[in-house]
Design a protein around this ligand. Sequence first.
Ligand code: COA
Length: 389
Amino acid sequence: MGSNDLTPPPSFPLDSLPDADSPLLVLTHPTRAERVATIKHTYRNWGYALTEADYIAREEYLTTVPLARNGGITHWILTVASLPPDGRPILSSCESLRKRAVCSRDGEPPTEGVAHGIASVFTEPAYRGRGYASRMMREVGEKLRGWQAPVPPGRSLFSVLYSDIGKSFYARHGWPAFESSHVSFRPVAGAAGETEQVATAIGYHELAELCAADEKLLRADLTRRRDGKTHVAILPELDAMLWHLMREDFMTKSIFGKTPAVRGAVTGKPGQRIWAVWMRGYYGGLKRKEGNVLHVLRVVVEDPDQPDEELVGGFRSIVQIAQHEAAEWQTQDVQIWNPTPKLKGLVEKCGIESEFVVREKHSIASLRWYGDEPVSEVDWVANEKYAWC
Ligand SMILES: CC(C)(COP(=O)(O)OP(=O)(O)OC[C@H]1O[C@@H](n2cnc3c(N)ncnc32)[C@H](O)[C@@H]1OP(=O)(O)O)[C@@H](O)C(=O)NCCC(=O)NCCS
C-alpha cells in the first residue's frame, strides 16, 4: 500500500495494542491516507456544517493558506513504532500550527520567536479511555519545545490550545487554563443603519496596514508592562488574520455559495482609530444556527489614553455593523473574546445589550510555557480569537 493510496488503515484488536506508556509507541507524522482517514473520523465531531467531501477538502485547503503553507502546519499521530506507514493504527492525532510570537519582561525589547497552536486533538472512539491522547499530548508538548524554533532563542516560546473538554485534562499535561471569557452581542438585521454610522467596513485590502499598525502597538504595549511578569503574545500579523479569513471563505462558499465582503469595521482619525476584524465560524451550518458565531478576531484601540466618551460612538457603530453581519450570515451571536478593561468600559457605555460569559468547558484558552520561569508568571496579552486554531 503506497502513501498515495487512500485506503484507510486497518483496524486492530484492542488486546493487540501496546499500553499508553509502552516504549513501542511513537509520535510521528501521518501519510496522506492516514490523514484522510483521521479527517473522516473527526468529521462526526467537527464537520456538521459541511458535507463530508467539503470537510475533507477544507482540511486539505487549510494546508495551503497563510500560516499553514510552507511547512507551517504539522500533523501528528501516535502509533506503533514497528508497524509500517498505512499499516499501523492511529491511536491519537492532532496538528500544530506555527505562529510568530513575542515575549517581554520588565520592559526589555520583545524577544522574537515562535509559538505553536495545537488543534484537532482526537482519538477515535474504539481507542478512547486507554491513555493514548494523554501520551500524545506529553510527547507533542515536549516535541514542540524545539520544533521549528529560530536560533536564538533556540526554543519555541510557548504553545497554546483551546480545550473543549474543560480545564483539567490539558492542565494535567502542561497547558494550564488562561482567561477564557467573551462578551456576546445578538445579531440584529439592519442594526448598522439604526444610528448614524460613523464606522466604515473593512475588506481584505485594508488589513495589511491595520495589522502592521497593530503589531507595532502591541510590541510597544509589551515593553510598557513592568510588573515582574513575562508578557507574551501571538503576533496579530496579517497572516494570522488571513488564516481565519480564508477558512471563512471556504466555509461560506460551501454553505452559502458566496464569500462575505465585510471583514471588520474601523472608525476614527489616524492615531486615534478603533477597529475590529472578524470572521464567521460555522459548526452548525444552515441546519443548526447554534454553533455559528461571528467571532471578532481582534479589537484595537489605537490610543488607549483617549477618553471613552470620544471612542464610544465609533465603537457602537462597529458593534452595529458586526450585529448586522451576524444576522445576514446566519450566526447566533457576535463574540469578542477576553475584552480588555478599556473595551469592557466601552461595551458598558455603548448602550447595546450584551452578555459577559466566562467559559468553563469550551474554548478554554490554555498555554504551555517553554521558558525558565513558572507559567504562573506568564501574562498572555491579546488573548483574543485570532490566536485560536
Ligand atoms: C478527548 C479525547 C481526545 C481523549 O482521548 P483519549 O485517548 O480517550 O484520552 P485519554 O485516555 O488519554 O484520557 C481520557 C481523559 O479525557 C477526558 N475526557 C474525554 N472526553 C472528555 C470530555 N468531553 N469532557 C471532559 N473530559 C473528557 C476523560 O475524562 C479522561 O480523563 P481522565 O484521564 O481523568 O480519566 C477523545 O475523547 C476524543 O477524541 N474526543 C472527541 C474529540 C474531542 O473532544 N477532542 C478534544 C478537543 S479539545
